[in-house]
Ligand binder design. Structure first.
Ligand SMILES: Nc1ncnc2c1ncn2[C@@H]1O[C@H](COP(=O)(O)OP(=O)(O)OP(=O)(O)O)[C@@H](O)[C@H]1O
Length: 263
């Protein structure tokens, strides 16, 4: 039996790092598309690539030409089909790379403890409004955006520029208010817009009781650097969505913590 010649095989630390990074990349991509129809598209693409190997091995010329052409244009198709996922992936990279975004670190290094007090002042009216909305079973959807770009929302929202207050949030979501349908967008210290129509998630793994409000709340966090707070009209439960994932039935203490971290 011929011996296996391993003399040409050099395994360096960088090779190990390479493998770890590729594994991390695949894991992140899997996390991004898990539970969406993108998984089925990806499986379809893998089947075509495997089929192409088989066709090449069997020298089936006609099929070889068709599949080769398909795979050559495939890269453009992949960018078009997975544009949402690629956008989310790049957002994730940018978000994690920005040191200032990690406010805890930033405060520690800049010694700015007043920021914590300011943040509490901003969060309090929102948490108070949620308490009252929960009690009265009033449905609400509040989105927190870090870098607000008015142009992205101008066509699907009622533009506002109002100081955040408990009573204003309560009034907006009252069923008789003309602005109650849709989401409120908050950025910085202001309510920037209300009655916003948001993109719905196409995640197929969500609880069956999640209707349009929850789907819109999750959808906006998939494609943007945003988080969303949803008060259910049916149950009064509060959910919190971030990066396309949702935490259900959170307590007010937890809500305060999450907002303090993300907002
Ligand atoms: N695309 C959208 N963007 C923003 N808000 C939306 C969108 N679609 C629906 N909504 C809001 O969701 C409300 C309907 O909620 P629906 O009952 O379908 O949601 P739900 O997730 O089951 O929540 P709930 O538990 O409050 O009933 C609408 O009245 C509207 O205010």
């Amino acid at each position: 039996m011929p011996a296996l010649d391993l003399s040409q095989f050099h395994f360096t630390l960088f090779n190990a790092l390479d493998i770890v990074l590729v594994a991390l990349l695949i894991y992140q991509l899997y996390n991004l598309i898990k539970g969406t129809i993108a998984v089925n598209i990806l499986i379809g693409l893998i089947i075509i690539i495997l089929l192409n190997f088989v066709v090449h091995a069997l020298h089936m010329t006609l099929l070889m030409k068709i599949l080769d052409t398909f795979i050559q244009v495939g890269i453009i198709a992949v960018v078009v089909i997975f544009q949402q996922e690629l956008r989310r992936f790049l957002l994730l990279l940018g978000r994690n790379a920005s040191l200032q975004r990690n406010r805890a670190w930033w405060r520690y290094f800049s010694g700015n403890n007043d920021a914590a007090k300011d943040n509490y002042k901003r969060i309090k009216p929102i948490v108070d409004a949620c308490k009252s909305l929960k009690q009265t079973r009033t449905g609400a959807l509040i989105v927190f955006v870090r870098d607000y770009d008015e142009q992205s929302y101008v066509n699907s929202c009622e533009v506002m520029d109002a100081i955040i207050s408990k009573r204003l949030l309560e009034s907006i979501f009252q069923k008789t208010s003309p602005l109650h349908d849709g989401a409120v967008i908050i950025s910085g210290n202001k309510i920037r817009s209300a009655s916003c129509i948001l993109p719905l998630t196409d995640n197929t793994d969500l609880p069956p009781q999640f209707g349009l409000r929850h789907r819109a709340g999750i959808g906006v966090t998939e494609a943007n650097d945003a988080t969303a707070l949803i008060v259910s009209e049916e149950t009064g439960e509060i959910s919190y969505a971030k990066q396309g994932k949702v935490k259900m039935n959170i307590s007010f203490a937890e809500l305060e913590k999450l907002l303090n971290k993300d907002f």
